[in-house]
Design a protein around this ligand. Sequence first.
Ligand code: ZN
Length: 304
Amino acid sequence: MEYERFEVRDPMFGASNVYVIGETLVDTGSIPKSAGSVAPIERDLDETVLTNVDRIVVTHPHVDHIGGSETAQTLRTVPHVVYEGAETVLTDFGGYLDQVITEWRSIQRALPPENDLVDFEWPRGLSFADHTLDIEQTVSDGDTVQLGDEPFEVMHTPGHDRHHLALVHKQSGTVITGDLVLEHGYFIRGPLRAGVAAYETSLQRLKEVDPMQLFPGHGDVIEDPIQAIDHCLEISKELRRGVRTAVTNTPTTLGAVVDRLLDEAVDDYTRWLFTTTALAYLEEMADDGALVLDWEDGVTVRST
Ligand SMILES: [Zn+2]
């Protein structure tokens, strides 16, 4: 199968991957960080590639994967294929961002005040939030979708996001995995949670496909998929154990739990990511009835 992988540089995420297979794009990179500036995908991809694109498949509707769709003039009217339910996000991105920002303001209170990444990460002020994309098709688990001339099977892989899909190319054993498998192995809690239990189930399902290579949403092609998947599952198990141990007495706060888990100084961004990851395991404990999370005043952990 012929493909091209482009890294679209991003000041926050390092880089997001955009794959070109035939005339189909998978994901469109991140949003620009200020109004009026050029979309990262337009900066990092050749114009002839972009003008030839006739459809776009979205792995999940996050700002670092649909930014070009919202802001690149050549891509705004190209028909999109998304997992069912994601269309409501993409046709009302402003409304979605409002919900996200409300949630993330609560999480933000677990972090030092100077470490405020909400506005940078979710810039509500950009005009793309009022744009409506052309959704050609919504797909669900087991559907087939064409990328150029190649048939890919859709696999629903919730966890990082509830509308997250992977694309399985059976002939070559290639799976396009979005943010399901990341090189560092940590679960990243996307906004408006889907959940860590769903994430682990998605990893197990992916493993059963016995893939030969993975095309992730960030980083290089993964040539040893089973090892990478097992690494993610192992880290998840360790973190679950760690978070359960860190909640020694209640009430406590999300910030205090993170302090207990982090035994070394980390940069602001890593701390922010880690805070959201820890929250995902606390949410799982709340689902199991082991504790109660109170979102009123930051995120407070109480006993049941
Ligand atoms: Zn991502």
